[in-house]
Design a protein. Structure first.
Length: 352
């Protein structure tokens, strides 16, 4: 974690000077050997049964979709279907062609086994695309010993993906004496300051913050005034790049763990409000927390060149999948946009 210091603390009376009570981001298979362990790549529903351990089997009738997390190794793509793999195959030969239409044999970033299995290592956006394999083998008639050569083609669509970056949207309410109270805005600024201190060592910060005051009629209690506070807990405070440099291959994972910790700290912060009101104050402060008003939802975003599509990539719906050729994503939204004049022929484009 950035800062390396002790977790910031905020005493139960942290805002008492303001007359308020405020207390205190599918994985892919990895490994360079056939026997390496890992998580199976997500695939289209019709080909889910083609996964066995670290192998993804081909299907003559359908192309098989495979999702590989960036910077990791793909599972082994098998140049035959599951049924064929259980049978005797005579004089098998395998020809693997990559997305660029060229033979993959001899490429430094692939592991090709003598049994026709392909692993793509250190997967990056540009490696996405169609991987096709042609299996040739012989069939020998038992009685005549006549030989026939057979050819079978298998196609795998392999996509790079990233984990979505998480941001958390928080809503919370505070009772106040009146909406025109000058202390309302002062309280709001102090609240933001303390929340930022609590999560600063995580290189997270509060953004998109705002509040509005509303009159609320409460059954059997009459009319009251409440501050409706909204803000986002964001993992990209100054210094987050340095944290990523420490874990370059799993930056999204580290970022998401940090912002989840920040969310939990803020949740703990507000959960103590009710206790403080009941046990630490003889007189209820002018501005105080509305019990159980804290709520949080997560918002996903994707890195440029990636987007979500739960229709095209329904078996990796939560993933940020590399944008297809003819589409692009220039920002941290979750949608790959279609180029009006498709000139982009590569995966992961950030502009047309």
């Amino acid at each position: 974690m950035a800062g390396g210091g002790e977790r910031p603390r905020s005493p139960p009376g942290g805002l008492l000077g303001m007359a308020a009570v405020v207390v205190a981001g599918l994985g892919a298979l990895s490994g360079g050997t056939e026997g390496g362990r890992g998580r199976a790549a997500a695939m289209e529903q019709h080909s889910v049964d083609l996964i066995e351990k670290n192998y993804v089997y081909g299907d003559i009738k359908h192309e098989v979709n495979v999702y590989v997390k960036v910077f990791t190794n793909s599972p082994f793509l098998v140049c035959m279907d599951l049924a064929r793999s259980q049978e005797e195959v005579i004089d098998p030969k395998y020809l693997w062609i990559g997305p660029d239409g060229k033979n993959l044999e001899g490429r430094t970033y692939v592991n090709l086994t003598e049994t026709g299995k392909l692993m793509v290592m250190g997967f990056k956006e540009f490696m996405s695309g169609a991987y096709t394999c042609t299996l040739s083998h012989k069939i020998i008639e038992t009685t005549t010993q006549e030989e026939r050569e057979m050819f079978e083609a298998y196609k795998f669509m392999v996509y790079a993906y990233r984990e979505a970056d998480h941001t958390y949207q928080v809503f919370v309410r505070f009772t106040t004496k009146e909406c025109e109270l000058e202390a309302n805005s002062q309280f709001f600024e102090e609240l933001k300051r303390i929340l930022n201190i609590i999560i600063s060592d995580l290189t997270c910060h509060i953004i998109e913050s705002s509040y509005k005051c509303h009159s609320v009629r409460i059954p059997k209690q009459g009319l009251s005034h409440e501050l409706f506070v909204s803000f986002q807990v964001n993992p990209f405070a100054p210094g987050w790049e340095e944290v990523c440099h420490q874990v370059p291959y799993d930056c999204e994972d580290a970022t998401n763990m940090r912002v989840q910790e920040a969310r939990d700290r803020i949740g703990e912060f507000f959960s103590k409000q009710t206790y403080a009101l009941k046990h630490e104050f003889q007189t209820v402060p002018t501005i105080h927390y509305v019990d159980n008003s804290f709520s949080v939802t997560h918002i996903d975003s994707c890195r440029p060149g990636f987007g979500k599509n739960d229709i095209t990539h329904r078996n990796c719906a939560s993933c940020c999948v590399v944008c297809d050729p003819g589409t692009y994503s220039p920002n941290n939204e979750v949608t790959c946009q279609v180029c009006t004049r498709p000139r982009v022929k590569k995966y992961g484009a950030r502009s047309c």
